[in-house]
Each structure stands twice: as structure tokens, then as C-alpha cells.
Design a protein around this ligand. Structure first.
Ligand SMILES: [Zn+2]
Length: 720
């Protein structure tokens, strides 16, 4: 298998501010306030306005209708305004309890509604919900700004913050106080009136440009079709890929032809198997030229404009660059540390990528191809080389990774590590019949939380895989409110002839998302707010990937779906041996994109550069070989120009230093060692987001992480 970067949206954990990070966390709803006649009228028959009355207080998905959301969101905003108003108007001197803890406890009703709304938006959307999102997004943004830039509220927060040394607060309280204060400051609370006005303007402009950037990428993606009407042009493609393309053509009204797109699940199989080199070039070029075609969807101007507005915003707040602003909140702290880290990895990676390119060229020459390796040849010749070196193919492996078996393997692992048990709850309400719901229990039978899992693609579901939360654990009057976590994936569907049989990538993704959910399920935060450094957020998830293909665990769960026979030792060995294959490429394309991200967000004069020229120069400076294109080029780098990962794309591999080093602890003591697992749970997972991550890590490991584990894991050790 290949360790690649998994893209997840951790719906609640990644919203970092103390105020906005609660928007996805629901809690038991209160009865509607009698003060609002409108609300009372809307409340009739609206399940958000009544106690849920469901087991474990899960959302009553069977009773929630589209029209229930808007009145509930409006009511949620009204209630939070009233709650914040009560804090501001408190005549008593500001204290931790009446200001910081009270603020942490506002907006519960709104969070409840929003959590359900975003879960459905991601996993089971429709035209009405999409239209609703366009209405509510600006409403919610303005609501958050009204709180974040409220001067009276900030004055109270600051009053508590200024006496923090005298308050003798506990570790968690101090962390909450410091982050609440920091969120206000980073949100512009210390600016003067003119600066505040400019700050709001910049945010407005940036939000619009980000939306436009994303729309252009989507438009460019949908604008390209590779339609094949000549059977000879299918040369090399396996029957399953041909069938998929025939089905796609049929859907597009092109029955009898074959359709490929530049969406990754369609393009990658084509690049991996097609023997038609000009067609490979055509599709790959269309992919990596997205947003760079000098047409009405071009993103070159937008990218540099976004970078420039961010630079201006950072300057108003007193930071030398947008990267400096972002990184202050991460483990890495400064752009210099990120740059040094990426460069340390880049050199051995480039050596490896060059070796891989040479091996592929040798294969091309050996098999009579009279051309020089190009980016659109990499997948095909890598696949040929993989088959030659390891005699390993996807089709031979999948029968051992039936979805239910993999799920039960993860459950078994959680049993071995943490003593957990999982009880299916077929009667709990769910938003789609395919969703599976489990109650998670501790070894002694205590309730831990609820887990929803939704595995297969649908037209109503966003692509990718993610772990989210319908409720995050916290304490209410000394009682733990148990969490409700979700895992949403787009895994191979069952067919008429076979159950869902996963690829090794899908298996790894399942373990990954399950790790995020464990952090949610184990969470012991006393307060509702969490502050998770972006570059530590993948530790709980990525560490789980290490177990996925351990022979000791494979023997537990990897059983043939027809015969029940355990995966043969020979196959396990091949799997292990091939794990470092193509790592130069995978790491290089990822690092190149991370370096590009950092270059944009430390640039002193983005307004003056030419986007294409700038990117070319950055790649030339690091010596990227022309056979590899960065994983994302500037004009379709949604993560940094239309998502929340600006100056943060490096975070996956930074977290990997942590997860590789943490896993070494298990390897030292035994991969199922209960004591090590308990320590990981107590020190890292339970308090995740309630303290500085390095302090937690050191408590678990006894020392800061070393990079050696990561280098070994990716085969990047410098050879002596
Ligand atoms: Zn993740």
C-alpha cells in the first residue's frame, strides 16, 4: 500500500476560534423562549424546538425536514445574542466564571441545529439545503463578527485575561482563557476604528474571492471531457475501468461511448492503465492546467490577489506575513521552522524521486518506448514496475478487505488497545438507510458515545472522507455529556455479485477517519471549546494507519469474503515490501505543493508577481524534476485559496512526525500493549484540544518527537 495524504474535513475540530468552534457542537435543546411570537409559531411541529426524546439524545433525523432549519437557525442566533448580551450586561466584575466559562456555554441551541445541518449538507444534500446554505452562510458570518468584534464583550474578556497570573486557574481553564483572548485579538479586537473597518472590508473581499476561486476550479473540472468512441483507444484499460467509463458516458447522454473526466477517481485509473500516450497527455494536461487557461475561469489573478489581501490583513494585525499570522497558532510557530522542516525532507525526497524516474525511464526503454518519461507516463509505468517487482495487484487483495471485515478489524483493534466494545443500534434514527449506527462502550460497560458510519458514494454526498461530530463531549453540571461522532466515506459499493471490497487505500482511509472519531469519543474536555493546532490534528488519525496492515492485525480481520481464509503470508509479505514503493513521487508532489503554499504566504509583494512565473521560479529553486507536477498548482489549490489550509498544507507531514514517533512507542512495547494505549488515551486523546499539544505529547512519550520514524516510514533515511 502507499501511505498517501488523506484529505479530511474535520467538521468541528478545525474551526479554531473559541466562538466559531462551537457552531458544530450541539447539546440538548431547551424549550423555546416565550418571548418570541415568531419563534413560537415556527416552533410548532419543529423537532429542534422540543426535547429530542431519542435514545442517547441523537438528532431525530426521521422527523427533521428541510423547512425546519431556517426558523431554528434564526432562533439560535437570537438566543446566542441574548446569552452574550447577558454576559456583557452583568453588573458584577468580570470573572473567569461569569465571562470566559459563560461565553464557552453560549450558542448551544444554534450548535445543535448547525451540526445536523452541516452533516446533511456534506453527506445527504439536496437543492433546498444548498439554497438554504447560501442564505444562512452570510447570516452566520455576520453573527460571528458581531460577537468577535463586540467591544464591550472584549473588554470583559481582556479584564479577566489581564489578571490571569493572579487567578490560580487550572491548566484547562488557563488554556481556554488564553485562547479566547487570542481569538478576539486575532479577529481584530485591538484595532482602532479605521483599522477595524478596513479589516472587515478585507474579510469581505477575501470571502468573495475564495468562493470565486472554488467556483472556477469546479467549472474548469466540469468543462473537460475525454470521450472515447473508438474501442482501440481503450487499449490497456481493465474491464472494470471500461465499464465505469461506459456508465459515465450513459449518464452524460453519450450511450455507446466511454467518458473520462479530470475528477481523480476517473482520471487516475486512465493514467494508470491506458496505453494511448497522446490521450494520457491530453487528460493529464487538462488536469494540471485547470484555472490557467486564460479564459473566464482563470484563477491566476485571483490567486495573487488573495495572497496580497491576506498579506495586508496580517500587516494590520502586526504580522510580517500571512504565514506568520497562521503559524503562531500551530506547533511549528514560525515560517522559518516550517521551511527548515520541509527542506530537511525535500533533499532525500528529491534523491528518491530521481531514482524512481530513472527506473521508469529504464522500463520505458526496455519495453520499446522511444520517448522521454513525462508526467502523464508516471502512473502507467509505476503500475507496470509494481507488478514486475512485487507481483502485487489490487484485484488479488480486495477479496481480503470486505468492508464489514475491515470494520470489525478496527473494532477488534479498539478492543485490544482500549477495551472498547461496539454494539449496533439499528433502531436509532438515521438520515439514510445505508448509515450504520453503533454505541461505543468502555470495558466496564459504561457508555462512551455514539458513532454514525456512512460508507458509500451518492450524488448527494461530497467527495472524500471525513470524520465529523454531531455532538462533542463536555461537562454540564459535573455530568459528562457523551459525544456523537460521524464517519463519512466514499468507498467502493457492493455489486450484484460481491459485497463492498475495499482497496488498500480505502482500508487505510477507514483506519484514519476512525482515529479522528476516537479522539472525539474519548474527549474529556470540561468546556465546549477546543483549540487544536492544525499541524497536530492528524496525530490521532494518522497513528491508526500504522496498525492497518500489521501482520498481527491482518490475521484477525483480513479474511477472504468467500472462503473465510486468512490472507496468505506471502501476500502480507508482498504488501509490506511494496510499502515504500513510489514514495519519492508521492512525497515530492506533496512537499512541492506545501513549499508553494509557504512561498505564496511569505511573499512580500504578491500584487507584483506573475502567478505562473512565480510558481515556475519556486519549483526551479527547489529543483523539482519536470516529470513531477506539484500535487496542486496555484490555480487549482483549493486547500489554500478556497479552503482553510493556507500556510497549513505542510500540516499532514508535520503530524506524521508525531504519529510515526508515537507509534514507535507501541513497537517498543508491543503493538497491542494496553499500558501504552492507555497512556496515549489519557495524555493525548482525552485532553486533545484543551492544552498545548507538545506538552501532552511529551507526557505520553517522555520526550519531544524525533523525525527518524517518519524518515524510515517513507524510506527517506540518508544512506551511509
Ligand atoms: Zn485526517
Amino acid at each position: 500500500m502507499t501511505r498517501r495524504i488523506v484529505f479530511v474535513f474535520i467538521v468541528s475540530v478545525l474551526l479554531l476560534t473559541a466562538i466559531s468552534c462551537k457552531t458544530e457542537e450541539p447539546q440538548a435543546v431547551q424549550a423555546p423562549g416565550a418571548e418570541s411570537a415568531v419563534a413560537a409559531a415556527s416552533a410548532a411541529g419543529n423537532p429542534f424546538f422540543q426535547p429530542y426524546g431519542t435514545p442517547f439524545n441523537v438528532p431525530p433525523f426521521d422527523r427533521i425536514k428541510n423547512e425546519h432549519f431556517l426558523p431554528a437557525i434564526e432562533e439560535g442566533i437570537r438566543r446566542e445574542e441574548a446569552e452574550v448580551g447577558a454576559i456583557i450586561n452583568n453588573r458584577k466584575k468580570a470573572t473567569f466564571e461569569n465571562t470566559i466559562a459563560a461565553l464557552d456555554h453560549t450558542g448551544i441551541f444554534l450548535s445543535e441545529v448547525n451540526a445536523v445541518f452541516s452533516a446533511l449538507q456534506g453527506a445527504y444534500t439536496n437543492k433546498d439545503l444548498q439554497a438554504l446554505a447560501r442564505t444562512t452562510a452570510p447570516m452566520l458570518a455576520a453573527h460571528r463578527d458581531n460577537i468577535g468584534l463586540n467591544e464591550k464583550l472584549f473588554a470583559r474578556v481582556k479584564a479577566v485575561y489581564d489578571q490571569r497570573d493572579k487567578l490560580k486557574l487550572g491548566r484547562e481553564e488557563l488554556f481556554l482563557l488564553e485562547n479566547t483572548y487570542k481569538d478576539f485579538v486575532r479577529g481584530g479586537a485591538l484595532l482602532d476604528a479605521a483599522q477595524k473597518a478596513r479589516f472587515r472590508e478585507l474579510n469581505q473581499e477575501l470571502s468573495l474571492l475564495s468562493v470565486k476561486f472554488g467556483e472556477n476550479v469546479l467549472g474548469e473540472t466540469n468543462a473537460f471531457q475525454l470521450v472515447i468512441d473508438n474501442k482501440a483507444d481503450l487499449a490497456g484499460l481493465p474491464p472494470s475501468v471500461v465499464a465505469m467509463a461506459a456508465e459515465a458516458a450513459k449518464q452524460a447522454g453519450l450511450e455507446g461511448k466511454w467518458l473520462f473526466t479530470i475528477q481523480v477517481p476517473s482520471m487516475t485509473p486512465f493514467l494508470t492503465y491506458s496505453e494511448r500516450r497522446p490521450l494520457r497527455e491530453k487528460i493529464h494536461r487538462a488536469y494540471f492546467m485547470k484555472g490557467d487557461n486564460d479564459n473566464e475561469r482563470d484563477n491566476k489573478e485571483i490567486a495573487r490577489k488573495i495572497a496580497d489581501l491576506r498579506r495586508q490583513r496580517a500587516a494590520i494585525l502586526g504580522y510580517p506575513s500571512h504565514a506568520a499570522f497562521v503559524l503562531e497558532n500551530n506547533m511549528a510557530k514560525t515560517p522559518d521552522r516550517v521551511d527548515a522542516f520541509l527542506r530537511q525532507l525535500w533533499e532525500p525526497t528529491l534523491v528518491k524521486a530521481r531514482e524512481e524516474a530513472a527506473a521508469l525511464q529504464a522500463l520505458i526503454d526496455r519495453t520499446g518506448g522511444k520517448f522521454k518519461l513525462a508526467s502523464w507516463d508516471w502512473w502507467l509505468y509505476t503500475e507496470k514496475l509494481r507488478a514486475e517487482k512485487y507481483a502485487l495487484d489490487d484485484a488479488a487483495l480486495r477479496p481480503y478487505f470486505k468492508l464489514d471485515n475491515v470494520r470489525d478489524g478496527i473494532f477488534a483493534l479498539c478492543g485490544k488497545l482500549y477495551g472498547l466494545t461496539f454494539i449496533e443500534k439499528p433502531d436509532l434514527p438515521r438520515y439514510h438507510p445505508e448509515v450504520q449506527v453503533f454505541e461505543v462502550r468502555e470495558a466496564d460497560g459504561r457508555h462512551t458515545g455514539i458513532l454514525y458510519m456512512d460508507f458509500h458514494p451518492r450524488p448527494s454526498k461530497r467527495s472524500g472522507a471525513w470524520s465529523g461530530g454531531l455532538r462533542r463531549a463536555y461537562y454540564e453540571k459535573g455530568q459528562r455529556v457523551p459525544p456523537v461522532s460521524t464517519i463519512t466515506c466514499n468507498f467502493t459499493r457492493p455489486t450484484a455479485d460481491a459485497p463492498s471490497l475495499l482497496s488498500t487505500d480505502e482500508v487505510e482511509t477507514f483506519f484514519h477517519e476512525f482515529g479522528h472519531s476516537l479522539a472525539t469519543l474519548f474527549s474529556q474536555g470540561r468546556y465546549r471549546s477546543r483549540t487544536v493546532a492544525r499541524d497536530s490534528v492528524e496525530l490521532p488519525s494518522q497513528i491508526m494507519e500504522h496498525w492497518a496492515f500489521e501482520p498481527e492485525l491482518l490475521s484477525v480481520y483480513a479474511k477472504h469474503y468467500l472462503t473465510g481464509g486468512v490472507i496468505p503470508a506471502g501476500l502480507v509479505e508482498k504488501l509490506g515490501k511494496s510499502s515504500l514503493f513510489n514514495q519519492g513521487f508521492i512525497t515530492a508532489e506533496y512537499l512541492a505543493a506545501s513549499i508553494l503554499d509557504m512561498a505564496w504566504h511569505t511573499l512580500p509583494n504578491p500584487a507584483e508577481v506573475d502567478t505562473r512565473g512565480f510558481e515556475t521560479k519556486v519549483m526551479a529553486d527547489i529543483g523539482l524534476i519536470p516529470e513531477i507536477v506539484p500535487r496542486y498548482r496555484s490555480t487549482y489549490f483549493n486547500h489554500i485559496f478556497s479552503g482553510g489550509y493556507s500556510a497549513g498544507y505542510y500540516a499532514y507531514i508535520w503530524s506524521e512526525v508525531l504519529d510515526c514517533d508515537a507509534y514507535e512507542a507501541f513497537k517498543e512495547k508491543g503493538i497491542f500493549d494496553r499500558a501504552t494505549a492507555e497512556s496515549f488515551r489519557k495524555n493525548v486523546l482525552e485532553p486533545f484540544g484543551t492544552e498545548e499539544p507538545m506538552a501532552q505529547y511529551v507526557r505520553f512519550r517522555g520526550a519531544e518527537p524525533k523525525i527518524d520514524g517518519l524518515l524510515r516510514n517513507r524510506g527517506l533515511e540518508v544512506k551511509k
